[in-house]
Design a protein around this ligand. Structure first.
Ligand code: NAD
Length: 305
């Protein structure tokens, strides 16, 4: 018998999250801010510039107005929800937040820098989360000052509409952090699916290679953009064709996810299609830049090939 004795550490308490911070006012950040504000949470939304924040708020206003027009929300609820969102370019505004979710571009170095800056301003108990589509939660967690209170919370696009949140524990994530986030998901009316911390998790492990395969089909002349989109909508009952969906997600995000899959799983089946990379090189990133596989400056949108 060894003389060693082990005692279990006291479990960390579950955090009841009341104040939420979001970094990034792009399509995901502003959607996540809207979800929390509409569920009664005060939200601080940050971005790099006042212009980016103003654009984010404009899109929130547009979406909420659409909901009012469709009778899905009252004008009073809209005004109350909107008043719960404050904006900042200074991470010091996150001081009271119990949870800060990062939703900036899919770039690991940028995300690490954001968490370093945010950590300097928040409470030791604050949970940090990433909305990453593909990057290792374990690695992001390990680069912070609180790996045990770090977790992946992957909202789907558009966040106010899609029911799922995919939640990923990194190796160091503690049970209390997971339980705090699970309770939160219920309070904002989302269904949680837990994914293992593997590249691109569940949804994008399956979805983005399908989009990449559609780009290969285009590249190899199997069909043009309209033919491939129509085939998948009419033949596979997909609500959007792969090129419509890729433009909606953002081609930079699709390419970044394929690169993570290819680099980390080392399987040639994840090779990003050179044509996808070429569209990103041209800054044809999809709807957000006005042109991707479709040209949205034309009405109706026209395929680019
Ligand atoms: P986006 O390009 O629409 O927005 C990114 C935002 O980050 C921009 O507003 C940009 O100004 C901001 N930003 C850049 N550097 C910053 C900094 N230093 N500080 C603060 N803000 C900064 O991108 P997106 O589609 O919203 O994606 C954001 C994240 O969400 C990515 O990790 C992406 O993989 C993930 N995601 C995207 C989707 C999708 O369908 N687009 C779905 C789920 C998750």
């Amino acid at each position: 018998m060894s003389g060693l004795t082990f005692t279990a550490a006291a479990p960390e308490p579950i955090t009841r999250i009341e104040n939420v911070g979001v970094v990034g006012a792009g399509q995901m950040g502003r959607g996540i801010a809207q979800v929390f504000a509409s569920s009664g949470f005060p939200v601080v939304m940050a971005d790099v510039s006042e212009a980016a924040l103003a654009n984010g708020l404009k899109m929130v206003d547009r979406d909420m107005q659409r909901r009012v027009d469709r009778g899905q929300m009252t004008a009073e609820d809209r005004d109350e929800a909107r008043a719960r969102i404050s904006t900042t370019i200074d991470h010091a505004a996150f001081a009271d937040c119990d949870l800060v979710i990062e939703a900036v571009s899919e770039n690991e170095g940028l995300k690490n820098a954001i968490f370093k800056s945010v950590s300097a301003h928040v409470k030791p108990s604050t949970i940090l989360a990433s909305n990453t589509s593909s990057i290792s939660v374990t690695r992001l967690a390990a680069a912070t000052d609180r790996p045990e209170r770090f977790i992946g919370i992957h909202f789907m696009n558009p966040a106010p509409v899609m029911k799922l949140v995919e939640v990923t524990r990194g190796l160091p994530t503690d049970e209390a952090t997971y339980q705090s986030v699970a309770a939160l998901a219920e309070r904002i009316g989302k269904r949680l699916v837990a994914s293992a911390d593997t590249p691109a998790f569940i949804v994008n492990r399956i979805l983005i290679p399908m989009i990449n395969e559609a780009v290969y089909a285009l590249y190899e002349g199997v069909g043009d953009i309209l033919a491939i989109d129509s085939a998948m909508k009419l033949g596979a009952n997909h609500p959007m064709g792969p090129f419509e969906l890729a433009d909606y997600i953002g081609l930079d995000t699709c390419l970044a996810v394929m690169r993570v899959l290819h680099d980390e799983l080392g399987d040639s089946k994840y090779r990003p299609c050179p044509l996808l990379a070429k569209y990103v090189d041209a800054n044809w990133l999809g709807k957000k830049t006005g042109r991707g596989f479709y040209d949205y400056t034309a009405s109706p949108a026209r395929p680019t090939r």
